[in-house]
Design a protein around this ligand. Structure first.
Ligand code: ADP
Ligand code: TRP
Length: 323
């Protein structure tokens, strides 16, 4: 059996990195396999402390999945917190997770260097992620490259549980998208909601333009020849342009007489063109939150069924079932 599962945190509107790194490849897989996609609102709590914002972001994340073509009749879209079994499973997994494995996780080290609020949720984040995956017997987890270590941790935790308590969990495999790359943000670092460097392709044109205009470049003048390979604008352009568009843009960089302002405008035009339909669908959905909620409710019912049966299995193994 193949079962695909992935999640996106509701810590903001899904950005280009989320869409290219997770949402689009996952939806592609969902045409072929039974799939579960969820909005990781519990993970988002590690950074979002504003209830109204969390709610809005959850709706926006769900709307993004729907706008990019997820078919909720064939597959399952749900909100992580609607299935509280996941936090229960997380505790059981905590008890078989070695402390150093979490202390050495890149993402924890990175976040604790960058963020002022270094809470325990950030530390145990990968254990909740492991619970997300194995609670649903997922076999394939499409994620961006940045999440590969978390997937390794999931595999280690599941193996460790199986080793101690006997075969209980399926060991999941990760699947990164074809280019297998980390999508850079406006500052050239990994694009991330936590780093304030996102290109939010589902934002209003005005905000999107502002983000694109904030892409950091060197200070070469209009007339000078530029190196596309070291330019943040071009790195993003080449991820979404056609081969021909990318080749033409490359020539313009090298020829000179083409400024970074021009390149930014070209990127904006490309994004608006390429994602026209998805942007339209997203805006329509955001005007109808009741529709999004009803989709999430439908998904939660289906997800709950799977989660309950796996939890029975787990509690039996742990010795937590009543006799
Ligand atoms: P963020 O870092 O912005 O909070 P999430 O952690 O919610 O994003 O990521 C959700 C999914 O999107 C994950 O599968 C992750 O690998 C993918 N993703 C996020 N940022 C990027 C990026 N810059 N490049 C590639 N994939 C990404
Ligand atoms: N941690 C993931 C991220 O930041 C989001 C996520 C939470 C996830 N739980 C998951 C992804 C389970 C895949 C499977 O990108």
């Amino acid at each position: 059996m193949v079962r695909v599962l992935t999640g996106v945190q509701s810590s903001g509107i899904p950005h280009l990195g989320n869409i290219l790194g997770a949402i689009s490849p996952a939806i592609e897989l969902s045409n072929q396999y039974e799939s579960l996609f969820f909005i990781a609102d519990l993970h988002a709590l590690t950074t979002v402390k504003n209830p109204q914002l969390l709610k809005e972001n959850t709706l926006a994340t769900a709307a993004a999945w729907l706008a990019f073509g997820l078919d909720t009749n064939k597959n399952i879209l749900y909100r992580q917190s609607d299935i509280p079994e996941v936090t229960e499973l997380m505790w059981y997994l905590n008890c078989v997770t070695p402390y150093p494995m979490l202390a050495n996780a890149h993402s924890f080290k990175d976040k604790s260097n960058r963020l002022s609020d270094v809470n325990a949720g950030l530390f145990t984040y990968p254990v909740l992620m492991a619970a997300d995956i194995i609670l649903y017997d997922a076999t394939i987890v499409p994620v961006g490259k940045d999440q590969l270590q978390h997937l390794e941790i999931t595999r280690d935790i599941s193996k460790s549980f199986n080793h101690i308590f006997g075969e209980t969990f399926i060991i999941p495999e990760s699947k990164t998208h074809k280019n297998n790359m980390i999508i850079p943000g406006t500052d050239g670092q990994k694009m991330s909601k936590s780093y304030n460097n996102c290109i939010n392709i589902l934002n209003s044109e005005k905000l999107l333009k502002k983000e694109i205009m904030s892409i950091i470049t060197d200070s070469k003048g209009l007339e000078e020849s530029k190196n596309p390979d070291t330019c943040n604008i071009f790195q993003i352009y080449k991820l979404i342009g056609t081969d021909l568009q990318v080749e033409q843009m490359q020539k313009k960089y090298i020829a000179g007489g083409f400024g970074y302002g021009h390149a930014k405008n070209a990127l904006l035009t490309l994004i608006l063109e390429k994602y026209k339909n998805q942007r339209q669908r997203f805006n329509q959905l955001m005007k109808n939150p009741a529709l999004i909620e009803s989709e999430l409710e439908k998904g939660a019912k289906k997800a709950k069924k799977i989660a309950s049966s796996v939890m029975k299995r787990v509690k039996n193994k742990l010795g937590l079932m009543r006799t």
